[in-house]
Unconditional design. Structure first.
Length: 367
């Protein structure tokens, strides 16, 4: 077999795997994205959010979160700069008020009582929003005019506690696809995250992990962490970990030590075609983890900043629109991600049931 043929066997162009990759509107649609924690919003407060280029205001009242388009139809002032009042959000410019649940205009203070104007015909778009414990999810439809209730639910994630022991996040200067395949990349650790307490170039060895399909995603099946994963040893006992990826962009790692658990929750939210928010949360009932959380939080913060720095570096090369490559087996998870995206879009377009394209197999790589 020639060198070129051998290379073709073990690598694949990303243009072949995902020909429309990184397109401005190439986001997974008709699905739930992580919007934040319930505790991010005080009761009666508002918060601005961008989702796939759409300006959204999150508002909380009575412990319930609502989502509306963050543009007043009068003079385009962001409603997130206003305040919540009796089931409405009030624009700070002229006091127009819009219902939190339906987006309908409820009041225009400047109108005299004799004005013949049906203000109920004025409104702003609302977005479906769900709360699962402390997690808040927002639905991104493929048709912005579609007001039907979503037919799918947010990911079901079993948290050992409702309060996050660690919480951190950054904004990545890239399309969400780059962020996702970076998140699931198993081979960059010894280089990007080269630390005495984690990995080094000299600690690299071959790994073989079993993967299985999961609902709207896949998982690295439960296993004992690799011998060169020092951080796990701080938890004591014999940790067993399972790492799961779910569409559109949620990665969880559940670490079990006896009857105790640590759950790492990482979610990516597309702000627009060139910016992605990453949020990492740790939920645990493990006393040692909670005791060491200031130290472990520093480790996690370092990882996120290193990933962000690498994304910035990657953008310098991407400006030249190069052909990118995916190799077996280290980049197989990236291939699965694109296959999942394609299958999800096909299901939504055809109305047929979603069929997970991922098959159980063992992947081998060095890291």
């Amino acid at each position: 077999m020639s060198c070129r043929a051998r290379a073709a066997r073990y690598s694949e162009s990303m243009d072949d795997v995902a020909p429309d990759k990184f397109a401005p509107d190439n986001f997974v649609k008709d699905i739930w994205y992580f919007a934040g924690l319930l505790s991010d919003l005080r009761d009666g407060g508002t918060k601005a959010l961008s989702l796939a280029g759409e300006p959204i205001v999150l508002a909380r009242e009575g412990g319930v979160v609502f989502a509306l388009r963050d543009v007043c139809p009068h003079r385009a002032v962001p409603l997130s700069a206003g305040c919540v009042k009796s089931g409405t959000v009030e624009c700070p410019y002229h006091g127009w008020r819009f219902g939190l649940s339906d987006g309908q205009c409820k009041e225009i203070p400047a109108l005299p009582e004799t004005a013949d104007m049906d203000i109920s015909r004025i409104g702003v778009r609302t977005y479906p929003i769900r709360q699962t414990g402390p997690l808040v999810w927002i639905y991104l439809p493929s048709d912005q005019k579609d007001t039907r209730a979503p037919t799918v639910n947010p990911p079901a994630i079993d948290l050992p506690r409702d309060h996050a022991t660690l919480d951190d996040g950054v904004e990545l200067a890239c399309h969400i696809d780059h962020a996702v395949i970076g998140l699931m990349d198993p081979a960059h650790g010894p280089y990007v995250h080269r630390q005495w307490w984690w990995r080094s170039e000299t600690s690299i060895h071959e790994k073989a992990k079993a993967f299985e399909p999961r609902k709207r995603g896949f998982a690295m099946a439960a296993h004992e962490p690799s011998s060169n994963s020092f951080a796990y040893k701080l938890l004591g006992g014999k940790p067993v970990t399972e790492i799961t990826f779910r569409l559109p962009s949620v990665r969880t790692e559940e670490i079990t030590i006896g009857k105790r658990k640590v759950l790492s929750f990482t979610a990516l939210t597309p702000l627009d075609e060139g910016r992605t928010a990453i949020r990492q949360l740790f939920f645990t009932d493990h006393p040692t983890f909670r005791l060491l959380s200031p130290i472990l939080g520093g480790f996690a913060r370092t990882f996120l900043r290193q990933d962000s720095d690498m994304v910035d570096l990657q953008q310098k090369g991407l400006r030249h629109d190069p052909r990118l490559m995916l190799v077996e087996d280290a980049d197989t998870q990236a291939k699965w991600y694109y296959a999942l995206k394609k299958a999800w879009a096909k299901s939504n377009t055809s109305g047929e049931a979603f069929i997970n394209p991922v098959k159980a197999r063992i992947l081998r790589w060095r890291s």
